[in-house]
Design a protein around this ligand. Structure first.
Ligand code: GDP
Ligand code: MN
Length: 388
């Protein structure tokens, strides 16, 4: 789960990482009020979307007065911000962060994530901050310093010191740098994150060290331990169909293709997507209705697949184990009663109660194309798409 910069900065503050004073606004008037409360000097007005690259996309403005802050807010709020990370559709800006402007001396990078291959947490730092870390990695990989941390031991002081030293901080900021590296690691582990990033971490002309941007992604598997963090979720930033699916406890990921998939079990769902690609088509989604799915959940899953406008054919691939084939069949029939299914549906059923399942589907009078195995199912999907 992702959160906004203003929320990440509030967490930074709790862990004693210095951030500029400021607050979130969702109206130009509120932006002006916040700006006025910040005192003399420059003010930064920043679009809050769950994507980076806002600076180059026109989502970050520096102004001089509260009145100008109101004007900048009026421009940014409601705009469709397109950045390198949003895709060409862009993202509508609904919130902005209004904060005290900073006189930047130098921009650095700090981040913590997981190196899955090495099974370690990795803390990264670079003198070359401000730009995307991916670009630094591509163009000047030598400028990224890394410390691998064994999670059972934790980040050791010498590692935090080595990283801070590598940032080439002025001597009087070195200790603060070590503190920030340690705090970042603490956030990462205590809050069950998958990524914590400060880009840029800046030194100011006033000789301070400040986190000018903040990004925190949480591991959703750990969210049940952090009810307060769950409240930071912004559903506007998520794919609407995925939000709908999560309400029904369905494992659904929207993809770009045209074959809607309803499968039980994540492994079978992946294999089904592979089969679809193998015949030259693209899956419209990943959907694992799960072992314990009820007819109700199957019906909801069907509804979600049908509301994706890109879907031109549906492939149901069920190996009845804990989810029995008759339960699945009842769900499909119920869904068909509620929604008009005018798309071709290819279905491959095997496993527990398969005969009952097939009988329910036959009796329903639904126009289903049955397949004997996965390959047959994928071929049949292909041929119905071709004749369309
Ligand atoms: P991102 O582009 O989405 O990662 O947004 P950032 O928060 O990182 O802002 C992008 C860039 O805007 C930063 O790298 C800075 O160069 C600049 N910027 C942001 N806030 C300030 C500020 O208060 N003062 C100055 N001078 N520049 C800022
Ligand atoms: Mn940034």
């Amino acid at each position: 789960m992702k959160i906004h910069e203003y929320q990440a900065k509030a967490l930074f503050k709790e862990f004693e990482i210095p951030v500029p004073n400021g607050g979130m606004a969702d109206s130009p008037e509120r932006a002006r009020e916040i700006a006025a409360s910040l005192g003399e000097g420059k003010i930064a007005v920043k679009a809050q979307i769950h994507a980076g690259g806002r600076g180059t996309g026109g989502g970050v403005k520096l102004v001089n007065t509260p009145k100008e802050a109101e004007g900048a807010a009026r421009e940014i709020l409601g705009m469709k911000l397109v950045t390198a990370q949003t895709g060409s559709g862009g993202r509508v800006v609904r919130k902005i962060l209004v904060e005290k402007g900073v006189n930047i001396q130098s921009e650095m990078y700090l981040g913590v994530t997981i190196d899955r291959r090495k099974r370690h947490v990795v803390v990264m730092g670079s003198e070359a901050g401000g730009v995307e870390i991916e670009r630094i990695a591509r163009e000047t990989p030598g400028k990224i310093l890394t410390e691998r941390v064994d999670p059972t031991i934790g980040l050791r002081l010498f590692q935090a010191s080595r990283l801070a030293f590598g940032l080439n901080l002025p001597p009087d900021l070195f200790k603060k740098g070590v503190g920030i590296v340690s705090a970042l690691y603490k956030i990462f582990t205590q809050l069950d994150c998958s990524l914590v990033e400060i880009n840029p971490l800046v030194t100011t002309r006033q000789g301070e060290l400040v986190a000018l941007d903040g990004k925190i992604n949480f591991d959703e598997n750990g969210l049940f331990r952090h009810k307060d963090i769950m409240n930071l979720r912004d559903l506007h930033e998520e794919e609407p169909l995925e939000v709908e699916a999560s309400k029904h406890h369905l494992n659904y990921i929207k993809l770009e293709g045209s074959v809607g998939c309803m499968v039980n079990g994540a492994g079978l769902a992946m294999a089904t997507m592979d089969m679809i690609k193998l015949v030259g088509e693209e899956p419209a989604n990943f959907l694992d209705v799960g072992g314990g799915a009820t007819a109700e959940m199957v019906k909801n899953g069907f509804g979600i697949i049908l509301s994706d406008r890109n879907v031109k054919a549906i492939l149901i691939n069920i190996f009845g184990g804990i989810l029995r084939c008759d339960t699945l069949a009842n769900g499909v029939v119920e869904a068909a009663k509620e929604e008009k299914i005018d798309l071709p549906v290819v279905i491959r059923l095997e496993g527990t109660n398969v005969e009952q399942g097939r009988r329910i589907l036959e009796k329903s009078g639904l126009n289903l194309i049955s397949a004997v195995d996965m390959n047959d199912a994928a071929q049949k999907v292909l041929s119905v798409l071709k004749t369309k």
